[in-house]
Design a protein around this ligand. Structure first.
Ligand code: SAH
Length: 212
């Protein structure tokens, strides 16, 4: 099968798994996932699985990318913060559905490689930073939407603080190797609501900036 055929099969699978937002499906169709995976794994780029990337990290399973993107409810042209740039794939998906994407990773090499791919794909509305994403991005806050693509033992307070009124935060919560769940947290006038969306397995959100 060609990449195009694999992609059609993947999109059908995502639909059958319950992804209905056509804008999300169109974004997955548009962004070439094969550019975001290492050479060795390119033949599997359109399989519905997570794959290893540099620095011991992973690019998430397409189903989880689709589910978390759909859960962000990117109907307006909003400002989004992503914690965990990784390969840059999730940020590239968000770039077509949001006005501006701010993305942070603690690995400088991953951020550099992602920046190169954004340039290659002529994606101009993504801004990157090397840093500890648990602290958010105070200079750019508040954000209408925040997505965390690494699992935290609990929700970092700084991220909740940087959420705009009616904002949505999507975050996997749980310890490494144990049960984790994606939560959707909404900021309301009178506080916060929390929904549990799906069980997942993510790499951990680690403190501070990494060496490489
Ligand atoms: N969204 C990525 C996948 C991310 S994997 C993609 O589409 O490919 C999780 C990423 O979170 C890793 O790259 C890891 O370096 C990063 N990470 C872990 N803890 C972090 C922290 N405190 N701040 C910023 N990034 C962090």
């Amino acid at each position: 099968m060609t990449d195009a055929e694999h992609k059609i099969r993947l999109l059908m699978e995502l639909r059958s798994q319950g992804i209905t937002d056509t804008r999300v499906l169109a974004a997955i169709e548009r962004i070439p996932r094969e550019l975001f995976v290492p050479e060795l794994f390119k033949p599997q780029a359109y399989e519905n699985i997570a794959l290893p990337i540099a620095s011991g990290q992973t690019i998430s399973q397409p189903y989880i990318v689709a589910l978390m993107t759909e859960a962000l409810e990117l109907r307006e042209r909003v400002k989004v913060l992503e914690i965990g740039t990784g390969s840059g794939y999730q940020a590239a998906i968000l770039s077509g559905l949001a006005r501006r994407v701010y993305t942070i990773d603690r690995h400088r090499t991953l951020v550099r490689e992602a920046e190169n791919l954004f340039a290659e794909l002529r994606i101009t509305n993504v801004t990157t930073r090397v840093g500890d994403g648990a602290k958010g991005w105070p200079e750019q806050a508040p954000f209408s939407r925040i997505i965390v693509t690494a699992a935290a033992p609990r929700v970092p307070e700084a991220l909740v603080d940087q959420l705009a009124p009616d904002g949505i935060l999507i975050i996997p919560v749980g310890r490494e190797g144990e049960d984790q769940e994606v939560l959707r947290i909404r900021r309301r006038d009178d506080g916060f609501t929390e929904e549990r969306l799906t069980p997942v397995r993510f790499v951990p959100l680690l403190p501070g900036v990494a060496e490489g």
